[in-house]
Each structure stands twice: as C-alpha cells, then as structure tokens.
Design a protein around this ligand. Structure first.
Ligand code: KIV
Length: 274
C-alpha cells in the first residue's frame, strides 16, 4: 500500500530503481543544490536528484568536499526538496558525519531525513566498517546509496584518479560492492572506474549501479548539474559531456545588461511604469 498523499506525481522509490535495473531501463540522476534547478531537473524526468557534497566546489567555491558540513547539506537539501515532486531525493552525508561511530552516523543520517524530507542518504567507501554503518542505517529505516571508485572525501589519500586498475584492485572493488549490497545499500555510485570493471560490478550485484566516469555498463548515469550544463567551463574531464552551454549564455546576458545600463538602452519606456 502506498503511503503517499496528495495529487502530485508518484515519487520514485528505491524499489522502483531496483525494478528499473531488472527490466534494463537506465536510471538518470543529476545533482541539484537549490529550489529552481531542482524544479527544472525534476520536471525533466530525472529519476534520482542528488544533493551532492560537490556543493562544496560548485556552489560554495571550495577546493574539495571536505569542509562541507552537515548543516550546509541540510540547508541546501531543504531548498531542493521544495522543488522535487517525483524524483528520489538522496543527500550526501559529508566528511566525518558517518565515519566516527555508527551512533553518530545514525543521528546524522536521521537528521537529514527528518529535517529535509529526503528519502535516502549516500556515503562513501566499502570497507567492513562502512558496511556495518550501512547496515545500522538501513536497520533504522534509512535507505543508503553507496559510493565506490574515486571517493572525493578521500582525495588527499588517493588523488583524483581512476580507481580499480589491475586485477587485485578490481577484485577489491567487486568485494566492496558485494559487501555494500549485503549490508542493504539500495544502489551504488561508481566514480572514475574503468568501463570493463564498472560493467563487471554491475553484472555482479542485483542493486543498480550509477556511474560517473565509469562507462556505459552501469545501470544508470549521474553528472554534476553545473558541469553538464557548462556552468563550470574550466572543468573538462574526459567523461564529461556538456549538454548545454549555460555558462556562455549567462556571461553574454550579464555582459549585455552591463552594456545596456551604461549606454542607456535599459530600461526602455516599455519597462517603465506610467
Ligand atoms: O557529490 C556529488 O555530486 C557526487 C556525485 C559526483 C555522484 O557524489
């Protein structure tokens, strides 16, 4: 029985994502950090809206995700929630909000669900300790998305590079994915992973994988909204396709505004009250 009330579209659930994998329908996921973009992304039919801790770089101007706080995530996720009617809303647990203890993780993930209205959280890593944390959260009724491959919260250990190269590293990632699945994760993001390995992982777990820089063998794809819209023109990794050049259009529009104000072209009579 659905517990959903109201007249809006039915929200995507974690069960829907699993069913999409079963029938071979690809999952489309994008990040969002504010109300207007969330509304746009949701209306376009994205299945998963992720409030990523990439918030640090693309919204807050930080170098890494590491300084992002739980309060930052909650503040932005509350705005995103207001714009999302259909997509499954997932919120990243930022650095040190789930690694210190399972109790801490439960309290912090619980805050995210209670204070934002999100349906799930995402956390990074696939070690036995992380898997225990996943099991604790899932046991308390909090759906968890995992994240393997390049995990940005460990950037100072790994650098930004493709992960899982070589058979030993590939086996480790496969074991991590199986561990997350056994712990109850409903999906796994695979970031910067060789295409053949991402396909292998995807074929070896029943939960959907969502790739970013991991090739076409994943069950879905996710991109950072600002990157795929061309809002961040300096960022051009090999895996990224820009689906629009919004940054260019925005620069031109702002430049035109400045010029029009300076030369008196704006406002005209049609913009002026009688
Ligand atoms: O923080 C983020 O935006 C992410 C995606 C890149 C998956 O984790």
């Amino acid at each position: 029985m659905s517990t959903q009330r109201g007249t809006g579209p039915r929200r995507v659930t974690v069960a829907d994502l699993r069913e999409m994998k079963r029938r071979g329908e690809k999952i489309a996921a994008l990040t969002a950090y504010d109300y207007l973009f969330a509304r746009l992304v949701d209306a376009a039919g994205v299945d998963v809206v992720l409030v990523g801790d990439s918030l640090g770089q693309v919204v807050l101007g930080l170098d890494t995700t590491i300084p992002v706080t739980l309060d930052d995530m909650i503040h932005h996720a509350r705005a995103v929630r207001r714009g999302v009617e259909r997509g499954l809303l997932v919120v990243d647990l930022p650095f040190l909000t789930y690694q210190v203890s399972r109790q801490d993780a439960l309290r912090n993930a619980g805050r995210v669900l209670q204070e934002t209205g999100a349906s799930a959280v995402k956390l990074e890593g696939g070690s036995p300790e992380i898997a225990e944390t996943v099991a604790t959260l899932v046991g308390a009724g909090i759906p968890v998305m995992g994240h393997l491959g390049f995990t940005p919260q460990s950037v100072h250990v790994t650098g930004v590079r493709v992960q899982g190269k070589g058979e030993e590293a590939a086996e480790r990632m496969l074991a991590d994915a199986r561990r997350l699945e056994a712990a109850g994760a409903f999906s796994i993001v695979l970031e910067l992973v060789p295409g053949a390995l991402a396909r292998r992982v995807s074929e070896n777990v029943d939960i959907p994988t969502i790739g970013i820089g991991a090739g076409a063998g994943c069950d879905g794809q996710v991109l950072v909204l600002h990157d795929m819209l061309g809002l961040n023109p300096g960022f051009a990794p090999r895996f990224l396709r820009r689906f629009a050049e919004v940054g260019q259009a925005a620069s031109e529009g702002v430049g035109d505004f400045v010029k029009s104000v300076k030369d008196g072209g704006y406002p005209g009579a049609e913009h002026t009250f009688e």
